[in-house]
Design a protein around this ligand. Structure first.
Ligand code: HSE
Length: 315
């Protein structure tokens, strides 16, 4: 009996970026790694270390395994590989709005695809990942890296990934509590006023144009949102005060990272004020009795990568 194994690395992501709800995302320089061994025989051996390891299911509910099964079925190879060994090494905080579940999906799909000799290209992987996750704004940057603009048109997903002409640093504040995406989506209204929709379309478009052309002055208000953050604010004590503190300390703006509870500030590299921004955000959170720790991140430009591959290892 032979085994095939591969190691992959997938970046954390921050979705929405304020106005780009379910549509914009960035990949960040914080990574989870995973080694996958596909087995012909039945059996599931899952181990995890690092962030949130205690909360990661080690049975068939595991999202990495579900994603592997999904791609095996799509490739018509599910009968051939019925078991797996999955070793996860996690640095991305769980259920905090940094795309940890998207990372797990992308890791499973990317690793299994590599072991199947790549029947699917990156766009196929994006489609499969979006089918599983339900929206593309985390999975797309996790796959492509960079700043991504994502659309879903009658089920068909498209991703445009680019590197902004403004060098940004990201200060992410990680509060000491979890928030599930499900509960953070439940508080959103099904319908929104047209003026709010217009506000977001215009601000999201302005952000993309300003970053693509390198126009700093057009980023001044570009991270503002009217579609989701106000409704989610009661779930994250002090959120708007933390945004204001980040801006006052030198950030272009700040936003809820994905569905939260992490908050992300967008800081121009040349202002060299990330420490000040982090301190100001931390203090603003503290005023609302929330302890939070900062992560200092940059844009990941590569997305999901296969690090190492070993084939046909005789058992
Ligand atoms: N766009 C998603 C949301 C990101 O804000 O709910 C979380 O997965």
């Amino acid at each position: 009996m032979s085994e095939h194994s591969v190691r992959v690395r997938v970046p954390a992501t921050s979705a929405n970026l304020g106005p780009g709800f379910d549509a914009l995302g960035i990949a960040c320089t914080l990574y989870n790694e995973m080694t996958l061994t596909l087995m012909h025989e039945k059996g599931l051996h899952i181990s995890a270390r690092g962030e949130g390891a205690l909360y990661i299911p080690s049975d068939s509910r595991n999202i990495v395994w579900k994603s592997i099964q999904y791609i095996l079925e799509r490739a018509g190879r599910a009968d051939e590989f019925q078991g797996a060994k999955i070793r996860m090494s996690n640095r991305i905080p769980l259920s905090r709005g940094l795309g940890s579940s998207a990372t797990a999906i992308v890791a499973g799909l990317t690793a299994a695809n590599a072991l199947l000799d790549c029947p699917f290209d990156r766009h196929d992987i994006l489609q499969l990942a979006t089918d599983i996750e339900g929206h593309p704004d985390n999975v797309a940057p996790a796959i492509y890296g960079g700043f991504t603009v994502n659309t879903v048109t009658r089920g068909h997903v498209e991703c445009f990934s680019f590197l902004p002409r403004i060098f940004l640093r990201f200060v992410v504040m990680v509060p000491d509590f979890y928030l599930s995406t499900k509960s953070a989506r439940q508080v959103l209204p099904a319908k929104v006023p047209r003026s709010d929709a217009v506000f977001n379309i215009s601000h999201a478009a302005m952000m993309v144009a300003a970053l693509a052309r390198g126009s700093e002055k057009h980023l001044e208000n570009a991270f503002e949102d009217a579609l989701h953050q106000t409704y989610r604010a009661p779930l994250i004590p002090g959120m708007f005060d933390v945004f204001a503190a980040a801006k006052k300390a030198g950030a272009y703006g700040a936003a809820l990272s994905g569905a939260g509870p992490c908050l992300i500030a967008f800081v121009p590299e040349h202002r060299k004020c990330t420490e000040d921004v982090a301190a100001a955000m931390q203090e603003a959170f503290r005023a609302h009795d929330v302890e939070a720790r900062p992560l200092h991140l940059r844009l990941d430009t590569k997305g999901a990568r296969v690090l190492r591959r070993r084939e046909a290892i005789t058992k």
